[in-house]
Design a protein around this ligand. Structure first.
Ligand SMILES: C[S@@+](CC[C@H](N)C(=O)[O-])C[C@H]1O[C@@H](n2cnc3c(N)ncnc32)[C@H](O)[C@@H]1O
Length: 265
């Protein structure tokens, strides 16, 4: 073990699920680590060989802040540790909690001065919206935004305001957390808001379990989008008013033009 690894926390995004889409830097960092802190499902997806010889700390969903605390504690004890999320760990995932805890410690609201001795390195991963976009061509080809439809931590009024703003700005929108076991009406509401700003025929991608063995891809239109077509393993990208759905025999694609049409003419 390198001396600089003595108090090291790697904050790693493992990509959407396919081991081939994990960054080489992430795999190299995992080799250094003695301890992995992650929701077990993500590691199962990537295969057990990644976990061999390492202590796996599998805190359940809902235990996010304890997971971040544990990762900082382990790293502060001198165990090179990886805190792992799916997709990109900076997008609706664990990285922000780590820095919130560090911020709180810096302000004296935590009692863990040892956390400030930990060297933190964030390693990015491919997010679900990118995995989905690659499956259908280039739906994120122009300005886009992501909106999480989970109102667990964000007031619904804020989410609603952002959907309207995305509609007014004609952004391609990727919806994360479109439904959960306890909530199912938000996606249809979001659809109805966007229909105020863009055509009913706007192309939509519904990507479920992207890059995983049971992946499904569905192309539809904004008017036909319905919450019954999604679950919590699904990401929905809605094109902007210029996005196009094209079919070439067996292959079909969605792309969002960048304005090359005049140059191509
Ligand atoms: C808490 S967010 C985590 C996002 C993740 N950090 C990322 O960058 O993809 C969970 C939501 O991400 C989306 N998601 C994550 N991985 C996915 C995948 N492989 N296929 C489809 N949607 C996925 C779903 O909308 C899911 O409800």
């Amino acid at each position: 073990m390198n001396k600089s690894d003595m108090r090291k926390l790697f904050v790693i995004g493992m990509g959407p699920g396919d081991l081939g889409l994990v960054a080489p830097n992430a795999l190299a960092a995992l080799q250094h680590c003695s301890d992995l802190v992650a929701y077990g499902y993500y590691l199962e997806l990537l295969g057990t060989q990644l976990m061999q010889g390492k202590s796996h700390h599998n805190l359940p969903l809902g235990e996010e802040s304890n997971r971040a605390r544990l990762a900082l504690d382990l790293a502060a004890q001198g165990k090179p540790t990886a805190l792992i999320s799916s997709g990109d760990i900076g997008i609706y995932a664990m990285a922000t909690l780590v820095f919130e805890l560090i911020d709180r410690q810096l302000e004296g609201r935590e009692k863990h001065p040892e956390w400030l001795e930990v060297e933190i390195e964030v390693i990015p991963g491919i997010s679900a919206m990118q995995a989905g976009a690659s499956r259908v061509g280039a739906i994120l080809g122009h300005d886009f935004c992501t909106i999480s439809l989970s109102d667990l931590l964000t007031p619904w009024q804020t989410i609603d305001k952002r959907i309207h703003a995305a509609g007014q700005g004609d952004f391609v929108v990727s919806f994360y957390n479109p439904v959960s076991k306890k909530r199912d009406w938000q996606l249809n509401h979001a659809r109805d808001v966007l229909l105020q700003y863009r055509p009913a025929t706007t192309p939509v991608l519904i990507g479920r379990q992207l890059t995983r063995p049971d992946e499904t891809i569905r192309l539809t239109t904004l008017a036909e989008l319905d919450a019954s077509q999604v679950d919590m393993f699904t990401m929905v990208s809605v094109g902007n008013s210029e996005s196009r759905h094209i079919v070439n025999g067996q292959q079909e694609w969605i792309y969002t033009p960048r304005g090359y049409s005049k140059k191509l003419a």
